[in-house]
Design a protein around this ligand. Structure first.
Ligand code: AMP
Ligand code: MG
Length: 415
């Protein structure tokens, strides 16, 4: 029997999560990468604008640039066009009293002009351009440095770099970005049954492929340890080999208390188990601990339980590790549930669901509770989260729902 030295207490989902996060410090190593290789990475240092944005006074509308003093206090005014300014092609002369310059959005405001009148407020007439009354001085102009002063921070550390951040950095003339090192994550599956499906009890591995994609998408650098047999010595060897080289180890299966479940014993031997069982369903048998500098997550074997445990615990841990300045998942949505759901008081229960638009309201439809295959999750786009205090759910009752799209599993463009 696997008899661990200590028996960590059973704890709730929020407790487990808080304890995990308290144990994890963001990676501090900084790498410098070319801007176009930075998508998916987490910014480690602020990006400053070397130049004011915009770099010159510019028109914010298509129309006419003029001096506001040229306009009559009331009624229509007539001004004389003397040239044009296009984006990239400034007007070289001076806008004097009673004149105007045809101007395009993004073109530099000519000298002497302080106001842009949009083309819709003008009429071309024989004597020049008639300007409607009611134009404000300074309108439709963008002032040099109005968006960003030279030297001002444009991007704060802790953001994950997506298309917009890359576009902004590139627009500032930045060619390299300082980002945090990607977490190195080892993934393994345990189980003698994993391999080809057979009538003798063989099944294919679902967890490692799913975890591989999720971890890569979260910016992790994956070390695939493959399938490890239900043998204590093999598990020990696999973990010892990788322990000093990774930030995180994620295993699935073998974390229960059966004869073939060695993860807990090996974890106790090589490192330290921080807790053992979480009051949740699915996913009760979960261990978190340390082996050397690496944190260890022993997820349950059942694919749905493994995935839900990953979302609840490994995902926030990865966010913390990557240095993301995130404020957690935010509040859940509260939606009526289409069907009754059995629920035991005293533990958190998770049910995969599907969002359903009925007339003008969103509902959530439970997608099934079988944990043995990812089929249940494949059609789902959200997770119903039932608190420990909650009992059975009746059809039409509101439940807390988290959309998978709200969770931080953004695609890392660098892969
Ligand atoms: P265990 O946690 O090892 O007791 O496994 C619980 C159930 O999950 C068993 O039916 C296993 O066959 C199944 N299982 C464990 N690991 C995997 C995996 N990687 N992919 C698919 N099923 C698994
Ligand atoms: Mg097993």
């Amino acid at each position: 029997m696997n008899q661990p030295a200590s028996e960590p207490a059973r704890c709730s989902v929020p407790e487990a999560r808080a304890r995990i996060l308290a144990d994890i410090a963001p990676i501090t190593t900084i790498e410098t990468v070319p801007v176009m290789q930075a998508p998916g990475r987490v910014l480690a240092e602020p990006v400053y604008s070397a130049v004011p944005i915009p770099p010159f006074d510019a028109a914010a509308m298509d129309g006419y640039a003029l001096a506001h003093a040229s306009l009559a206090p009331a009624g229509e005014s007539i001004v004389m066009p003397i040239g044009q300014a296009l984006a990239g092609h400034p007007f070289a002369g001076m806008v004097t009293a009673g004149t105007c310059v045809r101007i395009a959005t993004g073109a530099p405001l000519p000298a002497g002009a302080d106001t842009v009148v949009m083309v819709e407020a003008t009429r071309s007439i024989a004597q020049g351009v008639a300007i409607a009354t009611g134009q404000r001085q300074g309108q439709h102009c963008r002032r040099r440095g109005e968006i960003l002063a030279a030297g001002a921070p444009a991007l704060a550390p802790g953001v994950r770099l997506g298309p917009v951040e890359i576009g902004l950095a590139a627009s500032l003339g930045v060619t390299q970005l300082h980002v945090r090192r990607r977490p190195r994550v080892a993934v393994l599956s345990t189980g003698d049954e994993l391999g080809a499906p057979s009538e003798a009890g063989g099944i294919r591995d679902s967890n490692r492929p799913a975890l591989t994609v999720a971890i890569t998408r979260m910016g992790g650098e994956l070390i695939d340890l493959g399938v490890v047999a239900d043998r204590r010595d093999q598990l020990e060897r696999a973990l010892r080999a990788v322990a000093g080289q990774v930030d995180v180890i994620v295993s699935s299966g073998g974390a229960s208390v059966g004869e073939a479940d060695h993860v807990r014993a090996v974890l106790d031997q090589l490192g330290r188990v921080r807790f053992w069982q979480v009051a949740m369903k699915p996913g009760k048998p979960l261990a978190f601990g340390h082996i050397g500098d690496a944190v260890f997550f022993a997820l349950p074997g059942n694919p749905v339980a493994a995935w839900i445990s990953f979302l609840q615990f490994v995902r926030p841990a990865m966010s913390r590790l990557t240095g993301l300045e995130s404020s957690g998942d935010g509040p859940a949505w509260s939606l009526p549930c289409t069907a009754a759901l059995g629920k035991q008081v005293g533990r958190t229960e998770f049910v995969p669901g599907r969002l359903l638009a009925r007339s003008d309201t969103w509902w959530v439809q439970p997608a099934g509770r079988d944990v043995a295959s990812l089929v249940t999750l494949a059609g789902a786009d959200c997770l119903i989260e039932l608190d420990p205090s909650r009992g059975e759910v009746m059809p039409g009752e509101h439940v807390a729902v988290r959309r998978f799209s709200d969770l931080d599993l953004v695609p890392s463009l660098t892969g």
